[in-house]
Design a protein around this ligand. Structure first.
Ligand code: FMN
Length: 275
């Protein structure tokens, strides 16, 4: 009997804890361009056979389903064909982030959800399609599914700011949600680094309070925190104090100073196309 190396054992352990493996064909970052991976495999068609080979090898070797996440091909009419080829290679479902690799910044426009719809309308594509892009508020979830006919949704940036998006509750107070997140981090120590925790809390607060006069102070103070107790102190003591001061100055002067929930502050202005 052959003994497994520790590296192999690690690999099996990893898969024992996973329910699927998704191949990221959507990454638009410079490192992906320089090293030629992610969404850069989609450009032109010359690399498509490589991708098909990768998906096919993964699908045959892994005990869990393999899925793929793609962006729009160029021209976008090629996206359906590419998706069909991924299906034939063994992809169990496909997530389409309906932007091209060149429109990687959000200000370069909304995702084109009509392209997700086209995948769903393809008679040859029978695997589930997950729609990704443009979900900003709870109502967008249903609108997106209704419009595209997709089988599921993936949400990225909005969840960074509002992790309660799916619950359809009122936007949570960003300090409350940050404190709740801190509790979870304490419950699972070592899962997120201090830097990651700081980044998440900055996102929660940025989403609603980016234009507040105290937000810059918060960023600086948050970066200076050296542990979770520091962050908790900042959230429980300093931020309420800054908010109080802002409210007082609002009562005395401009309404713009008033703290509270302001979706426009998030700077995210995506909308679904009309049905
Ligand atoms: C912090 C962050 C990291 C991301 N990392 C990846 C990634 O590794 N691979 C990928 O395909 N997309 C990645 N994305 C893109 C998202 O998965 C998603 O496709 C994109 O944000 C559009 O969806 P949204 O409109 O809901 O944000 C990332 C997005 C964010 C905000």
């Amino acid at each position: 009997m052959q003994r497994r190396s520790s590296k192999q054992a690690g690999r099996f352990k990893t898969f024992a804890m996973q329910s699927e493996v998704d191949l990221n064909l959507g990454c638009p970052q410079e490192v992906a361009r320089d090293e030629h991976f992610g969404a850069y495999y989609l450009l032109g068609q010359k690399d498509w056979p490589i991708v098909e080979n990768i998906v096919s090898c993964m699908a045959q070797s892994f005990m869990v389903p393999v899925s793929t996440k793609i962006r729009l091909c160029q021209p976008s009419t090629k996206t359906v064909e590419f998706a069909e080829r991924l299906q034939a290679s063994g992809s169990s479902w496909i997530t389409l982030h309906a932007r091209t690799v060149s429109s990687r910044r959000r200000r370069q426009g909304a995702a084109d959800l009509s392209e997700v719809k086209k995948l769903k309308e393809s008679e040859r594509l029978t695997i589930p399609v997950v729609s990704n892009g443009n979900v900003r508020v709870f109502d967008d979830l249903a609108k997106n599914l209704d419009y595209t006919g997709a089988d599921g949704l993936m949400v990225g940036e909005t969840l960074l700011g509002n992790p309660c998006l799916f619950s359809n509750d009122a936007l949570p107070d960003p300090v409350d949600i940050s404190l709740e997140y801190l509790d979870i981090c304490r419950l699972y120590p070592g899962v997120a680094t201090l830097k990651t925790i700081q980044t998440h809390i900055r996102h929660f607060i940025d989403f609603q309070c980016t234009r507040r006069p105290w937000f810059k102070k918060l960023r600086v103070a948050l970066n200076a925190c050296t542990d979770l107790d520091d962050i908790e102190h900042l959230l429980r003591v300093k931020v309420p104090r800054w908010r109080d001061m802002t409210m007082k100055s609002a009562e005395e002067g401009s309404e713009d100073e008033r703290d509270g929930i302001d979706l426009e502050d998030s700077g995210v202005l995506w909308h679904l196309p009309p049905n």
